[in-house]
Unconditional design. Structure first.
Length: 403
């Protein structure tokens, strides 16, 4: 509907950004990244609300160590948010993140920026250069007489040169400000001078509804001019609201398709008890284009699946050759592994027709929970609790953080 400005395409994990890729939604977890289970639960909730890429803070070694455990279990790519310490960027890459966000205003030494860019190039990790009106380089502030769009664009282009010096081009840029007219003008000017993908946002927009309005005013204005490849609402609210707002804005502007069944699935990891890709694919086919606007989850293991996808309306997790069905995180029934897809469809139809409460009322949830606990305990006995080998990565991270 809107002619989008041509940008080059990069990838954050498997998600394309820029070029002819759909505009993507980003958000950020607000948990401590070292709290692995809490962060994963939030990531699953965000993915369910329409978030395509998620950012987690990486402000200390414990956060990087958390990332080593989160990345293999996240359904969407993870970007590490780096504050002042460039070493945390190196640690996050060691943990396997798909992208980094650097604020050049905070990491001022060119040799540090270049060291990060060189390693990102070797690991195929994308980087967002996040210029922020509030932390503009004092020299540019002086030169342009304040926080001006020109100063923000110059800051971005200056940083870009460091990346170009080490032949690194997996870059996207943001020039956020809390003032809508300022950010709109900065992005317009930036879009005139570069074809690098742009990440849009109004920073510190505040709590809804004012925050939602401010963010929408800035982001929607630019999207309707064809500017912007990925967006984030920065709200003082539950991040799920950010993701939902981003998704709804894109749907409202006709930039993303509205879904019927929203099927989410874990990416699989060392703990998976089934071929998650195959089961998710068969579930997709079984639901086809039925008008069932529920979120349905396919999870590889009963150890973490029901917790990670507890926001889903209905989900199934594998364990010990059985499928454990759960509704809003509550175990409700157990089926044979080869009946997982059929059971999922049957439960989704029932919930759609009669509601969640009625679905739960027809079964013995205590019995289902006992069965799930039994299989969970067996898997933990069989495989231990570090099937993703995060321990080895953590040792490396500690070494690098101390170097
Ligand atoms: S297999 Fe289990 S732990 Fe691994 S990503 Fe899937 S649900 Fe999470």
């Amino acid at each position: 509907m809107y002619e989008r400005r041509k940008t080059r395409q990069i990838f954050v994990g498997k998600v394309p950004v820029g070029g002819d890729a759909p505009v993507t939604v980003q958000s950020m977890t607000i948990t401590k990244t070292a709290d692995v289970e809490g962060t994963l639960q939030q990531i699953y909730a965000l993915a369910g609300a329409g978030c395509d890429i998620v950012r987690c803070t990486c402000n200390e070694a414990a956060a990087a160590e958390g990332l080593a455990q989160i990345v293999p279990r996240s359904p969407i790519p993870i970007i590490a948010d780096i504050h002042h310490q460039y070493k945390m960027a190196l640690a996050a890459m060691e943990a396997g993140v798909h992208g980094l966000r650097l604020n050049p205003g905070n990491i001022r030494r060119p040799e540090h920026i270049k060291a990060v860019a060189a390693e990102a190039r070797d690991r195929n990790v994308s980087i967002r250069i996040g210029v922020n009106g509030g932390s503009l380089d004092p020299a540019l502030y002086e030169k342009w007489g304040g926080i001006k769009p020109e100063a923000m664009v110059e800051s971005a282009m200056q940083e870009l040169r460091y990346f170009q010096e080490v032949d690194f081009d997996l870059v996207k840029i943001s020039v956020k400000a809390s003032s809508v007219p300022l950010m709109v003008e900065a992005y317009r000017q930036l879009s005139d001078v570069t074809d690098i993908p742009l990440h849009l946002g109004v920073t510190e927009a505040g709590p809804p509804p004012a925050g939602l309005l401010k963010a929408t005013a800035g982001i929607a204005t630019l999207l309707m001019e064809g500017i912007g490849d990925t967006i984030r609402y920065s709200l003082t609210a539950d991040p799920v609201e950010e993701a939902r707002a981003g998704r709804q804005l894109l749907e409202a502007l006709g930039l993303r398709e509205r879904k019927n069944v929203d099927l989410i699935a874990c990416p699989s990891c060392g703990r998976a008890e089934i071929d998650v890709i195959d089961v998710a694919k068969r579930a997709m086919e079984a639901f086809g284009d039925r008008q069932i606007p529920l979120q349905v989850a396919v999870m590889g293991c009963v150890v973490n699946g029901p917790g990670e996808a507890r926001e889903a309306d209905i989900g199934i997790a594998a364990g010990n050759k059985r499928g454990h069905l759960f509704v809003k995180g509550r175990n409700v029934a157990v089926v044979a592994e080869d009946e997982m897809v059929e059971a999922l469809v049957e439960w989704a139809e029932f919930i759609h027709e009669h509601g969640t409460e009625a679905a739960i009322a027809r079964v013995d949830t205590a019995k289902a929970e006992r069965e799930a606990a039994k299989d969970r305990a067996k898997l933990l006995d069989d495989k231990g609790d570090d099937v993703n080998h995060a321990g080895a990565k953590i040792v490396e991270i500690r070494k690098r953080a101390q170097a």
